[in-house]
Each structure stands twice: as structure tokens, then as C-alpha cells.
Design a protein around this ligand. Structure first.
Ligand code: F6P
Length: 341
């Protein structure tokens, strides 16, 4: 994405600067530096970002410790806009998920020329069919599910794997169906553990050796219950633990040997697949086009087969969850995959 922005902007005769660690770099020595053709050579196949990032320190909700030790939150958006001006930046390309793009939207409303690019493995941004990073995460998760089959089959076990997805079960559903899971639990469908166990029992009565694969999104929760979180981290809720909980409940009810694991940040790592590379390059090139045409306050979005512009306000208006009438949900049901309901 960064490479596409730099190359397309250079074609326009513009200079591009990278800001390290989201907006933090604006306030650090050497935190803003020139990006040119040479500095973005050979980065297309790399995961992560050459600029670094953070999901803390929202400038709209900046923690300030008072003399008495209490913490109050301030809106520092004006400070950010002033810093951008000081650095001579005319337009900003903001890359990220709902958090980053909400900040970008607020800065736009205060007069900053900004365009957004949707990037999150969660695929939960509204107004775009896909965010880049999602396809690679699904591939990694599917590969992990494939590998779990070895132990599940050999030991006749139930293997429960927890995948990322706080409010939306895109990764779990897509990887679960592609990886031929028996049960897929997503935040959009609160689960009934009895139904999950019934499916698992049925699975043990197919063929000579039974086993089962259960895929759980980290934000999945039982009917009448709540998502599991490990801890609160600087005001942010860290989800996690649902796979273990589900595994214990399955064992208690079925007495089938059960193991659980959390795939965690492995889903966010590694080289992006060809689909994500191409999508990121298309988004970067489209972002430069928006700047060229003065289309600020917009996000580039995939509306297959096209990349177009949508208002940032629309993109952040709500979390894009898995529609319950989507064909992938229907496919899962038609294949006999238990969705917990
Ligand atoms: O933004 C995507 C996401 O991967 C979520 O699915 C997950 O809950 C979260 O990030 C993890 O964040 P952190 O890296 O801060 O633990």
C-alpha cells in the first residue's frame, strides 16, 4: 500500500512523507521522513508496516495524568493538525481499521485533507467488501485448521481453535468453512453448548475413528452470556479465553478428549498473499487518485470488481458483522457445520 502511494504520488510530482507509529511520529525527532522510490523498494511482500503502528494513544481521547494522579482525557486533534502543518503536509493518507479511520474522520471534520484506506484482518469495516489483510489471515487460519486435523484424527480428539474477531466472525467463518470444521462459533450467533456437543457426538459416530474440529471467534459468546476477556489493558478490553472455556464444557459434557489453542497474532503475521498485495496496491493507487481529484473525507473501498470512494463517515458508521443471511452462512449450514444455534 505504502509503495503504491509513493510511486503513484511521485508520478504526480508530489513528495511523500511517512509518519512513524501512527500520529506519534509527528512529535518525535526523525518521526516524519521522506519516502521515495528507493525507500519502498522490495516491501510489497512484507507483512506489518515499514512505518510501525500503535492501537493506543488515540489523539481524540488522549490520557493526561493530573497533579493528583487522576487521569483525564483530552481531544488533541488540533495539536495533530498543527503538527502536520508544521511538517508541511498538505494531505494525509490514513490506513487502518475503525479506530484509525474514526480519528481520520474527526481530523477531516476539523479541516484536514485526508483520505482513508481500509486495512484490518478483521474485515469489519462498513462500506467496503474487503479490507486488506483479511484474505491472508484466513489463509493462515485455514492452514492452522488443516494442521490440527493430524492430531484430531490420530488421537480421536476434539480440537478447539480460537481465531481473531472481536465483534465480527469473518475470519472464523471463512477459515472454518474452508478448513472443513465441524463447529464454527461467531459473535453474530450466540451459541448453545448443548447443540455444539450434539454435533460433536454425531461426528464421533461417523466412520471408525471420530474426531471434531471446533473453530471459535474470540468474541463468540454463549446464549445469555457475554464475550470472555482476559484483562483490561490501559482501558482496552483484551478478549480471549473462549476456546478454553468451550473445550472444558465439551469435555465435561461428552467426556471426549479435548484440547484448545489460540492462534493469536500469528494471524497478523507473515507475507501477504497475492490477493492482499494486489488489493493493497489498488487501494494505494486509488488513494492518490482521490487526493488528485480533491475527494477528501473519503475512504477507498472495494465494490467488486471496482475500487471506489465512500465517505469516511459511512465507513465508520457501524461494525460490518457477518450477515446471517449471507451465502457463506448458508453454505456452512448446508454442509452440516454447526453454528451453535
Ligand atoms: O484489529 C484486529 C485485531 O486483530 C482483533 O481481532 C484483535 O482482538 C486485536 O486486533 C488484538 O489486538 P492487540 O494486538 O492489541 O492484542
Amino acid at each position: 500500500m505504502i509503495r503504491a502511494v509513493v510511486l503513484a504520488a511521485e508520478e504526480q510530482g508530489w513528495e511523500v512523507y511517512g509518519i512513524e507509529r501512527s500520529y506519534d511520529g509527528l512529535f518525535e525527532d526523525d518521526g516524519v521522513y521522506r519516502l521515495d522510490r528507493a525507500s519502498v523498494r522490495g516491501i510489497t511482500h512484507l507483512g506489518g508496516t515499514i512505518l510501525g503502528t500503535t492501537n493506543r494513544g488515540n489523539p481524540l481521547h488522549w490520557p493526561v495524568t493530573k497533579a493528583d494522579g487522576s487521569v483525564e482525557y483530552e481531544d488533541r486533534s488540533e495539536v495533530v493538525i498543527d503538527a502536520l502543518k508544521r511538517h508541511g503536509i498538505d494531505a494525509l493518507v490514513a490506513i487502518g481499521g475503525d479506530g484509525s479511520l474514526s480519528i481520520a474522520h474527526a481530523l477531516f471534520q476539523q479541516g484536514l485533507k485526508v483520505v482513508g484506506v481500509p486495512k484490518t484482518i478483521d474485515n469489519d469495516l462498513a462500506a467496503t467488501n474487503l479490507t486488506f489483510g483479511f484474505q491472508t489471515a484466513v489463509e493462515t487460519a485455514t492452514d492452522a485448521i488443516d494442521r490440527l486435523h493430524s492430531t484430531a484424527q490420530a488421537h480421536e480428539r476434539v480440537m478447539v481453535i480460537e481465531l481473531m474477531g472481536r465483534h465480527a466472525g469473518w475470519i472464523a467463518l471463512y477459515a472454518g468453512v474452508a478448513g472443513t470444521a465441524d463447529v464454527v462459533l461467531i459473535p453474530e450467533i450466540p451459541y448453545d453448548i448443548e447443540h455444539v456437543c450434539a454435533k460433536i457426538e454425531a461426528r464421533y459416530h461417523v466412520g471408525r475413528r471420530g474426531f471434531a474440529i471446533v473453530v471459535v471467534a474470540e468474541g463468540a459468546y454463549p446464549k445469555g452470556g457475554e464475550p470472555r476477556f482476559k484483562r483490561k489493558d490501559g482501558g482496552q478490553v483484551r478478549l480471549g479465553g473462549v476456546a478454553e472455556e468451550v473445550a472444558i464444557e465439551i469435555f465435561e459434557r461428552t467426556k471426549r478428549e479435548t484440547r484448545s489453542l489460540v492462534l493469536g497474532h500469528l494471524q497478523r503475521g507473515g507475507s501477504p498473499n497475492a490477493y492482499d498485495r494486489l488489493l493493497a496496491l489498488r487501494f494505494g493507487s486509488a488513494a492518490v487518485k482521490l487526493i488528485r481529484e480533491g475527494d477528501f473525507g473519503c475512504m477507498v473501498a472495494l465494490d467488486p470488481p471496482n475500487v471506489l470512494a465512500v465517505p469516511l463517515g459511512q465507513a465508520i458508521s457501524h461494525i460490518k458483522t457477518v450477515p446471517l443471511d449471507s451465502d457463506v452462512v448458508e453454505t456452512a449450514r448446508n454442509l452440516g457445520i454447526c453454528l451453535g444455534d
